[in-house]
Design a protein around this ligand. Structure first.
Ligand code: TYD
Length: 205
């Protein structure tokens, strides 16, 4: 049996990732999931990390909780799904930790790469679709939401993360696909589908 392909979406909050995760998975017959919170154990970790009462959570503890979520996710869901021949379409991946805990919280990126690589046993997503929406527009969209612990961070946090995503995408263009997130949903969906077909040669279901 051919192994499924592991595709992740990345971007800042409010960029529209979740819509396109669902739409792409439907188009290619893949399984949708997310980090943090793709498993029952992960959901408990996610609730603690997003809780606005947990203002004392240290950046290193946060990084380890994210990687614990991901270790469970990879073992319980991602690898078994890929091994069963199905594609996995994930809302975020280990690259979010490099962006948020690395560029955002200013933890050492090589260190993060090392222990996240251990957490996921080397299973990095082979295609990462970065939905690029300017920070100004995202902050505008966030005004309409009830904010979680991450979304309450200041503008400079999001700007560092935005720069981080671009830096990673530019350094590894074989793996990353940057798509402009500002056009209407249908148009963006078509761009993403085309990109996935070009990069991975996946046929539509
Ligand atoms: P997510 O549910 O994708 O939020 P949103 O739908 O608002 O984009 O992710 C929850 C938060 O967790 C988000 O603010 C990003 C953050 N995060 C990290 O800081 N590090 C990580 O490794 C991951 C996966 C997410």
């Amino acid at each position: 049996m051919t192994r499924g392909r592991y595709i992740a979406f990345e971007g800042l909050e409010g960029c529209g990732k979740s819509t396109h995760v669902t739409r792409l998975a439907e188009a290619i017959g893949g399984v949708t999931t997310r980090e943090p919170g793709g498993t029952a154990i992960g959901a408990a970790l996610r609730a603690a990390m997003l809780d606005t009462n947990n203002t004392m959570l240290s950046p290193r503890a946060e990084a380890l909780m994210m990687s614990a979520d991901r270790a469970q996710h990879i073992d319980e869901l991602v690898v078994p799904t890929l091994n069963s021949g199905k594609h996995v379409v994930s809302d975020r991946s280990a690259f979010s930790s490099l962006a948020y805990q690395g560029y955002g919280r200013l933890l050492d990126i090589d260190e993060l790469k090392r222990f996240n690589n251990w957490a996921i046993q080397g299973n990095w997503p082979e295609l990462v679709i970065f939905i690029d929406v300017p920070v100004d527009q995202l902050l505008e969209r966030l005004k309409k939401r009830e904010l979680d612990r991450f979304e309450r961070e200041d503008r400079s946090f999001f700007e560092r993360i935005y720069t981080g995503f671009h830096t990673m995408a530019t350094a590894d263009p074989q793996r990353w696909l940057i798509v402009d997130g500002t056009p209407p949903k249908e148009e963006l969906q078509a761009t993403i589908l085309q990109g996935v077909q070009d990069r991975l040669g996946i046929t539509l279901s």
